[in-house]
Design a protein around this ligand. Structure first.
Ligand code: PMP
Length: 478
């Protein structure tokens, strides 16, 4: 108790928290986490919370996973950090090889002969529509999701310069997109409440509609719609492809924009448009990567191979900051030349390819191989979907949606008209705070409650989590 009081005082005196109105923070009780175990975190007073958002979507295999702990300890006895600028290191090399082997369309997948796109039986998979010869073969390291995106944007821009194509100085992204907090990532972002204020600092981008079927901009209804969202993207590309270096999307789920789930076929459609209009496709799988959608990478669901794939968050199992931007031989080769040609990619962070983080990532991949959580995920996804169906019947739930183990529950003031709660009412927060009192930690995105537990969460915990959320919604919205 004493520890809580003292630490809370120091926190309020010295720490400025991210995405937090500190005026509210200063008058609320601070929950101070001291330890974690499996799907649970525990505060300094001994109160346990189910970690319903995997510590902001990073924790894949649970807290204090022995194999990852051991890998980091063993790497500590070798070296903790050395630079990748002018040197390489053992775990970074090993990890790059492992990642390339598991990339969509990579060595592990069958390759569709005429297109080079991974071909595999899947309900959503339409066909290898567009010839797209690329495979992802090169790993560029950085240290968080935003930097993985910055790298992709700069690389795409410079790629076209090296190819002698001038004028591709812009990008196409989606409304409701979230790609990180650095200024390049914010420029391709589309969440007004976070991004609008920085408008004067941002570069110009083209924005296509979000494939947000619950609130379709074109007033259409899926299934049976004419894919208004893809048509609009095509209109922008047809008119402006000379100015567009790349399209960037979060494949299958626009996460921080409100857990918006793409309709089947949309991602494949985006890939085809990029190929047709000669722009690169950047897949930001920072949130969806490493099993979240039910497959290792979301792109696999529609047999899509992007030109660049950004990964972070779950890559180390939620232990240490690490990110990669993976790209093709075609992009890599465009940067080769004599030093005086200045084709070098002048970008690199101090902690790029950190050996401790790479060792954690290797252990994380070992767990995927040994424990095969993806194979065991299906019953959990079904349990989640059963729970979501129940929650969606509540009076103030507009839609409860998921892809794999990523879910969002959208709260509305009026279910019939879909009228949202005004954001100032902080409805999502009020429900989340109620759940916190019951021992469940979730963090909402505006009116959308996010459910993204570790992949190995027990089914009873998952059921309990949904029951607590349902109760909290009833209580707060009553
Ligand atoms: N891209 C996506 C899709 C994300 O969800 C996030 C983080 N929520 C980022 C990029 C940025 O990652 P980071 O917070 O590690 O910079």
């Amino acid at each position: 108790m004493e520890e809580q009081g003292q630490l809370e005082e120091l926190d309020k005196k010295y720490v400025w928290h991210p995405f937090t109105q500190m005026k509210d923070w200063e008058r609320e009780k601070t929950v101070i986490i001291a330890s974690g175990d499996g799907s649970y975190i525990e505060d300094v007073e001994g109160k346990r919370y189910l970690d319903g958002v995997s510590s902001l979507w990073v924790n894949i295999h649970g807290h204090r996973k022995k194999e990852i702990n051991d890998a980091i300890k063993s790497q500590l006895d070798r070296i903790s950090h050395c630079t990748m600028l002018g040197l390489s290191n053992v775990p970074a090399i090993r990890l790059a090889e492992r990642l390339i082997k598991m990339m969509p369309g990579g060595e592990a997948g069958k390759v569709c002969e005429e297109s080079g796109v991974r071909s595999e039986e899947s309900e959503d998979f339409t066909s290898c529509l567009t010839p797209h010869p690329s495979r992802l073969t090169k790993v560029f390291y950085s240290d968080n999701g935003s930097t993985a995106v910055e790298v992709a944007l700069k690389m795409a821009f410079q790629y076209w310069l090296h190819k002698g194509v001038k004028g591709k100085n812009s990008f196409l992204s989606l409304r409701n997109a979230y790609h990180g907090d650095t200024l390049g990532a914010v420029s391709v972002g589309g969440v007004d409440i976070f991004h609008e204020v920085f408008g004067p600092l941002l570069f110009r981008t083209f924005k296509a509609p979000s494939p947000y079927c619950y609130r379709c901009e074109g007033g259409e209804k899926f299934p049976g719609c004419s894919f208004f969202c893809l048509d609009e993207m095509e209109n922008i590309l047809a008119a402006n492809h000379d100015e567009i270096a790349a399209v960037i999307v979060e494949p299958l789920v626009q996460a921080a924009g409100g857990m918006i789930v793409f309709p089947p076929g949309y991602l494949r459609g985006v890939r085809d448009l990029c190929t047709r209009y000669n722009v690169l496709l950047i897949a930001d799988e920072v949130a969806t990567g490493f099993g979240r959608t039910g497959r290792m990478f979301a792109c696999e669901h529609e047999s899509v191979v992007p030109d660049m794939l950004c990964l972070s968050k779950g890559i180390t199992g939620g232990y240490l900051p690490l990110a990669v931007t993976v790209t093709t031989e075609e992009v890599y080769n465009a940067f080769l030349g004599d030093f005086r040609d200045l084709k070098t990619f002048f970008h690199g962070h101090s902690y790029t390819g950190n050996p401790l983080a790479c060792a954690a990532a290797l252990a994380c991949l070992d767990i995927f191989e040994k424990e095969d959580p993806l194979r065991n995920l299906q019953p959990r996804i079904e349990t989640l979907e059963d729970g979501l169906r129940e929650v969606s019947g509540l009076a103030h739930v507009g839609e409860a949606r998921n892809r794999g183990l990523m879910a969002g529950v959208e709260l509305v003031r009026d279910k019939a008209t879909k009228e949202p709660y005004p954001w100032e009412e902080k409805m999502g927060w009020r429900v989340a705070n109620h759940a916190r009192g019951k021992g469940l930690f979730i963090r909402p995105l505006g009116n959308v409650l996010v459910i993204m537990p570790p992949l190995g969460i027990g089914e009873p915990d998952l059921r309990w989590m949904l029951a607590v959320i349902g109760e909290a919604i009833k209580k707060v919205s009553a």
